[in-house]
Design a protein around this ligand. Structure first.
Ligand code: BG6
Ligand code: MG
Length: 218
């Protein structure tokens, strides 16, 4: 038996577009330009670190109180998008892979930087698949630190070397590698070149490949 750890945003659901809209409005409101390329650099990055980066790009300094207000504003805006999310926003073939892994009695965990992960999994009706959920409320060291994935392995009672991580962010691939887990990038191979394997999305991943992850020695 192996442990399969899924990142949430960009792997299970396409929430990057909502993060983008919420950050863009916030940045523009305080006079900072914000591009899709910059949004790419915020993938896998915690809420606090994301705002710090935006302020840095805009060369803006604000008080701690203002910082807290902006964080809340961004999250409320983001949550207004999440509110209407449903199963139709699960990325292609994610459910197929989850069903397959669970039919093969594999352990499944979530390893996400998001503090909204539990709510989102619930919205898209996937909570039942997960043996462990580790999210932004439980970790002190953000990806690329391996803490989130090591914590997930521990909660599944699995050794790190028996775990496989699915990730769309560079920082997440680095975290998986640092945890000595097998890293599978979901996205652009030229961006995720540090991963052990990369697929554009789960539709490109064969069940044969998953069987090999389940049973590498076969
Ligand atoms: C990550 C996303 O999964 O979670 C980031 O890739 C996001 O874009 C981070 O900033 C934190 O999410 P949240 O929901 O706690 O603001
Ligand atoms: Mg992600």
């Amino acid at each position: 038996m192996n442990g399969f750890i899924f990142d949430l945003d960009g792997v299970i659901v396409d929430t990057a577009k909502y993060h983008y809209q919420a950050w863009k409005q916030l940045a523009n409101n305080i006079g900072i330009e914000f591009s899709l390329e910059q949004n790419e650099q915020l993938k896998g990055v915690s809420r606090v670190e994301s705002l710090k980066k935006i302020l840095h790009w805009g060369q803006k300094t604000i008080s701690d109180d203002e910082f807290t207000v902006l964080m809340t504003e961004k999250n409320n805006h983001y949550l207004s998008f999440i509110e209407t999310m449903g199963e139709d926003e699960i990325l292609p073939d994610v459910s197929k892979v989850l069903n397959y892994l669970s039919s093969k009695n594999q352990k499944i965990a979530l390893g996400s930087a998001s503090k909204n992960a539990v709510g989102i999994l619930d919205k898209v009706n996937l909570t039942r698949f997960f043996d462990a959920i580790v999210d932004g409320n439980q970790v002190t060291h953000a990806k690329p630190d391996p803490e989130v994935f090591l914590n997930a392995a521990e909660q599944m009672h699995m050794q790190p070397e028996d775990c496989i991580v699915f990730e769309d962010a560079v920082a997440g691939i680095q975290a998986a590698n640092a945890a000595k887990m097998v890293s599978v990038g979901i996205g652009d191979a030229s961006i995720l070149h540090e991963a052990d394997y990369v697929f554009k999305d789960f539709t490109e991943m064969s069940l044969d490949f998953i069987d090999k992850l389940i049973n590498p020695k076969k």
